[in-house]
Design a protein around this ligand. Structure first.
Ligand SMILES: [Zn+2]
Length: 343
């Protein structure tokens, strides 16, 4: 889990994935036949088919590098930093958070985030139950205004800080959505042999959290026949939610996506992945997600379209800094993807 720990603790706001990309590139060097970064910042790693292979299909695998984050909007008169969110936060989870600001010079400045208003001791009763709007949150770096305005400027990305840690068979940390997929992508490239059937493109995409933007352009360029998104999905197998609404369950294996708000998986691929999981003894479950989506939604509609599916890692407390996954589910995701590409 050392690799996942490093990936999880790195900052990678949508549009500012460069630190994650550089790290992944250092890990996959020599594992792919071609590696390049496109104009938007997608890292594209190609594993060519075996020599002499005929009737080869192009497979694109998307693993998004970005995490929900913020951008500095303005610095106020007292040196407090106001922010704009990039991605879907639940404001109830943003109180008393540690954050990091990436400056133009590459310095990482720590701060804390809270909403404006009074502490509980002196708050009016109605204030105690109110959920603040995003525009009410601010970052306090502890630095004087002059230092703040010298080092930080509007447009600098702000990401949450959280230590990655293992809890029994589980692991928890920030942005496991979707650094688990980055982990899968790197480990896949370590395992992958040249195939007789597939020309494989593992793409570490940008800006998924704000509308699948990197997958739109990279899949246009690659023009895949088959596309597979690797991402997290909801595991609401926790108190307060009836079992029928849990979507997936921790420890029950890789989730084979049937549909979500953006895409319906190709039936042939669903059948193939289910059959393969059964044959190889890989724990798996089905996923029907009423809302939300993954890069599969973009890749399916690339140019004239591709046959598309997503494999998901069940995740509790998604889009908080305490996202939790089951290590066995993560291994099952890698195993099933590897088995598919090794047929
Ligand atoms: Zn995601």
């Amino acid at each position: 889990m050392d690799l996942l720990k490093v990936l999880s603790e790195m900052p990678g706001a949508p549009g500012r994935e460069e630190l994650v990309r550089e790290f992944i590139e250092s890990k996959v060097k020599g594992l792919a036949d071609e590696i390049h970064t496109d104009a938007m910042g997608n890292l594209i790693c190609r594993k060519k088919p075996a020599e002499g292979a005929t009737d080869v299909k192009k497979v694109m695998i998307a693993c998004h590098m970005d995490e929900i984050a913020f951008y500095v909007r303005l610095i106020d008169d007292k040196g407090f930093i106001r922010i704009h969110n990039a991605g879907g936060f639940d404001n109830r989870n943003l109180f008393a958070r540690r954050v990091r600001i990436q400056t133009r010079d590459g310095e990482l400045i720590e701060g804390v985030m809270n909403p404006g208003g009074r502490p509980i001791h002196i708050a009016a009763p109605e204030d105690r139950t109110k959920i603040p709007k995003m525009s009410e949150f601010f970052v306090d770096t502890g630095l004087d205004k002059e230092t703040v305005t010298t080092k930080i400027r509007p447009g600098d990305p702000v990401t949450l800080v959280q230590e990655f840690t293992e809890l029994g068979e589980m692991a928890t940390g920030k942005c496991l959505d979707n650094r688990v997929a980055c982990w899968v992508g790197v480990r896949l490239l370590e395992r992958l042999q040249a195939s007789d059937k597939y020309d494989v493109y593992v793409v570490f995409t940008v800006q998924e959290e704000i509308g699948l933007r990197g997958a739109i352009t990279s899949s246009y360029a690659i023009e895949p026949d088959i596309s597979i998104a690797i991402d997290t999905t909801l595991a609401v197998d926790t108190p307060g939610v009836p079992g029928e609404e849990q979507i997936t369950e921790m420890g029950k294996g890789v989730a084979i996506k049937i549909l979500d708000g953006y895409a319906i998986s190709d039936k042939g691929l669903v059948d193939t992945f289910v059959d393969l999981a059964e044959k190889e003894g890989i724990t798996h479950q089905y996923e029907v997600l009423p809302m939300g989506g993954t890069d599969a939604g973009a890749m399916q509609r690339a140019r004239a379209g591709s046959r598309s599916i997503a494999l998901s890692v069940p995740t509790r407390y998604i889009h908080t800094v305490t996202e939790m996954i089951h290590k066995g589910d993560l291994r099952a995701t890698l195993d099933l993807l590897t088995a598919y590409l090794s047929q």
